[in-house]
Design a protein around this ligand. Sequence first.
Ligand SMILES: [Fe+2]
Length: 274
Amino acid sequence: MDNTLFTLEQEITLEQENPQPEKTNFQLEKTSSQPEKANWKQEKATPNQIKKEDTNALKKDYLNLLRSTKRQGIESVISWLEKTDFFTAPASTMFHGNYPGGLLEHSMNVAHIAVKIKEMLDNILSGRKDSDCDDYLAKQIINNRDRLSSISRESVLIVSLLHDICKANIYTKEKRNKKINGKWEEVDVYGVDYSQLPLGHGEKSVILLLRLGLELTDDELLAIRWHMSAWDLAFQSAEAKGNINAAKDKCLLLSVLQAADQLSTAVLEVKNLN
Ligand SMILES: [Fe+2]
């Protein structure tokens, strides 16, 4: 078991419980480095919306985790991320994490869940008792030892933290009329503009990372490319279906990433109901 995975965990404050009253009027403060954010407000923020100072702490942890992989090309990726809106962007326009910092929060949530899955597998396969795993599941895991023992800490972090970098620089800020307490009011919402680099989703993340010089293993390429599962099939082509099935059969890392991504979006991240 790798005990160094989340030594910074105590510093990470996602505050999923006990909604804090000061979060109900979330607003990004104007800073010299982010003048374009000056007029961006969101009313009625959900408890999961993260404050600017929390975003800064989360970003620090995110970068530390990325650097902990010591992967060839990671500094180039970080330099690129810093030039984009990755750290302040939402995770979606109207689904999970649709608030400033949502994409960063989502990436960290996925990493935490995926690492937990890896730790459980490592514990069982190395003969340690894992309190999260009952005897039946432990036996099933051991029976499939050959397919389960190949995930590295670095791979889990690389694919979790970087699978959605395709979402950097695609979100726009728009206005929409909404009836609030019987009165029409103009509210801020997110839109999307794919025109900068319309390359798709998982494949776009892979292409960006390779172009930035990041070394990726075959499993990492497959996991990032197909993390959306059938939602990312190109017009239902037979070749795409064949590829996604083959990738699932040979790549445990893909299943771990998909599970962590789904749990994160469905359970940990709520949406702002604008
Ligand atoms: Fe994701």
